[in-house]
Write a protein that binds this ligand. Structure first.
Ligand code: URA
Length: 210
């Protein structure tokens, strides 16, 4: 079974409280999402492999460590996942970014794919899928199923700001190999499959479309 890591850092908890507030406007919302993604990136990359290198400091030569290989890909699920990309790239600027566009059919609540552009060597890369809201899990599950069908053989992690227990359970059942990094684990889904208490429609709040 996959590991679920729920963020317990006070700064992440604080910033998630701010984005929950309906009075927080789009500009501030976007900045906070970027900052939360950056802080969560630190947790989600904790297991990156290191290699030893030799360098010269101004004082002497020394052996030291750097991240080995540059093999990460970030895959935001359009459109809300875009809000998390800049924060992630500020810590891992060499990551390649692919995009998967999915929308939620309002009647069936199922994810429908309408766009996909992935780095050409995606099958060799370790992947972090970005989706701020893990509600039913349907979008993230479909995106990850698709990535596996494309031959992705590296590790796949999912990062979301806010999750419902229903979404976490569905994701763990569908993809038990995918570790999940959650900013906050909320109570439940409502009848419209929105997360309660949640923060509303993440895409609308990031892009100011409502
Ligand atoms: N997508 C959102 O943006 N918010 C939710 O609460 C659920 C799905």
């Amino acid at each position: 079974m996959s590991k679920v890591t729920i963020m317990d850092h006070p700064l992440i908890i604080h910033k998630i409280s701010l984005i929950r507030d309906k009075k927080t406007g789009s500009k501030e919302f976007r900045e906070l999402v970027k900052e939360i993604a950056m802080l969560m990136c630190y947790e989600a990359t904790r297991d990156l492999p290191l290699k030893e290198i030799e360098i010269e400091t101004p004082i002497c030569s020394t052996k030291t460590k750097v991240v080995s290989g540059k093999t990460l890909a970030l895959i935001p699920i359009l459109r809300a996942g875009l809000g998390m990309v800049d924060g992630m790239l500020s810590l891992i600027p060499s990551a390649k970014v692919g995009h998967i566009g999915l929308y939620r059919d309002p009647e069936t609540f199922k994810a429908v794919k309408y766009f996909c552009k992935l780095p050409k060597d995606i099958e060799k890369r370790d992947i972090i899928v970005l989706d701020p809201m893990l509600a039913t899990g349907s979008s993230a599950i479909s995106a990850i199923t698709f990535l596996k069908e494309e031959g992705c053989a590296g590790s796949i992690k999912l990062m979301c700001l806010c999750a419902a227990p229903e979404g976490v359970k569905a994701m763990q059942e569908a993809h038990p190999d995918v570790d999940i990094f959650v900013g906050a684990l909320d109570e439940k889904l409502n009848d419209h499959k929105y997360i309660v208490p949640g923060l509303g429609d993440a895409g609308d709040r990031i892009f100011g479309t409502k």
